[in-house]
Ligand binder design. Structure first.
Ligand SMILES: Cc1ncc(COP(=O)(O)O)c(C=O)c1O
Length: 373
């Protein structure tokens, strides 16, 4: 022995762009909270499932690889249920994917901007990190760009979000397939946590290609952030590694029950999709012809608001009016911020504020300023 105690290993903490509530669940004051990327309403069927819990749900360990829930996901995503592994939220899905591939990869690729939490897991591999940088407006990264980057920099493992957790843009299965085929020596971890259209997921590509695993979450579209349910979809060659690595007791019993209920609540899901699309339309109409701009193409709750140089940073202007976005700085972007499109009342308040910022003589603007201070 060297006589010295080893040091604890650490990397910079995870930056999670969402607001956390404390155990009494108190909603945060009178600010217009557009930060976070979650649903704003729950499935009542999921709530009923939680309420139906019996003592066994509290006393016993439950098998995390629940056959019924895996089958539900298998039906929804059109993949073999044996290729699906359940885990404790998207966060645990990322950790597990890095447990499986991180030790082997010689380097790791990340996109900039992307979900800031990825950096933590990449750092923990202690391997060199290579960045694909698109930090100029409109911050759009194409699947073709990613494939070219992976090949030219010889990245062995890359993680990225689809939809983008910054702009909400989605690559559709044909683009994803082309990307995977164009960089066959890169292992892709594609995080679909923010998707609100399971029907246009790329997950079934694991049946065709071997260099990808997909991650999913029931936190957002299905409104179950507090219950911590996520999943991983893998190609055949990776099944055994994931089966051996996954936490066999990581899922809570009531979380499994609520997940099955939320997945079967298609009326709730359709309402979420319709209202989110309507809110996006309202915001896009409101910024037309103003210095403010919304990165085009969002197909989920996430959407990025920026502005040209004729006006101050909209993140700050809106914050002064009581409206909270996730600051661009969290994604490495100079101006603007990410906002959540789910809630009509909050989007209406944002639209009113933007109208006022764009035209300070507008009657709405003075009312908005008076109300919010
Ligand atoms: C891309 C992405 N991955 C993972 C997560 C973590 O989600 P979960 O609540 O399922 O752990 C989030 C949530 O903010 C996310 O946006």
């Amino acid at each position: 022995m060297s006589g010295k105690l080893i040091e604890p290993f650490s990397v910079p903490a995870r930056a999670v762009p969402t607001r956390l509530v404390t155990s009494d669940g108190t909603p945060v004051e009178d600010r217009c909270l557009l930060d976070g990327c979650e649903n704003d309403s729950i499935s009542l069927m999921a709530l009923d499932a939680v309420r139906s819990a019996q003592s066994a749900h509290l006393l016993l360990h439950w098998d995390s690889q629940d056959v019924g829930l895996r089958q539900d996901l298998s039906d929804l995503y059109d993949v073999d249920s044996r290729s699906i592994f359940l885990c404790s939220g998207g966060m645990d899905a990322i950790r597990t994917a890095f447990d499986v591939f991180g030790p082997i990869a010689r380097n790791v690729g990340l996109c900039k901007p992307d979900w800031p939490g990825f950096h933590y897991f990449a750092s923990r591999t202690r391997k060199p990190i290579k960045f694909l940088d698109r930090t100029d407006y409109p911050y759009i990264i194409s699947a073709e760009d990613v494939a070219g980057f992976c090949v030219s920099t010889e990245v062995e493992l890359i993680i990225l979000s689809n939809p983008s957790a910054v702009t909400g843009r989605v690559w559709h299965p044909d683009e994803v397939r082309a990307m995977l085929l164009a960089a066959p020596e890169t292992m892709f971890v594609i995080d679909e946590a923010d998707s609100i259209y399971p029907e246009s997921s790329s997950m079934s590509l694991v049946r065709e290609v071997e260099n990808v695993v997909f991650l999913g979450s029931l936190s957002k579209f299905l409104g179950l952030s507090g219950l911590r349910v996520g999943f991983i979809v893998v190609p055949d060659r990776a099944r055994e590694a994931f089966r051996n690595t996954i936490d066999p007791i990581g899922l809570a019993s009531v979380a499994i029950m609520a997940s099955r209920a939320a997945l079967s609540d298609t009326a709730y899901q359709r309402t979420t999709q319709r209202e989110t699309a309507e809110n996006r339309g309202r915001l896009v109409d409101a910024v037309a012809g103003t210095p403010y701009r919304v990165v085009p193409g969002s197909e989920c709750f996430a959407c990025y608001l920026s502005a040209d140089e004729t006006v101050p940073d909209p993140y700050e202007s809106l914050q002064n009016m009581g409206i909270e976005l996730v600051p661009g700085s969290l994604f490495g972007l100079p101006r603007g911020g990410r906002l959540n499109l789910r809630n009509k009342r909050r989007i209406d308040r944002l639209v009113t504020a933007l109208r006022g910022l764009a035209d300070p003589t507008d009657r709405w603007s003075s009312e908005a300023r008076t109300r919010t201070g």
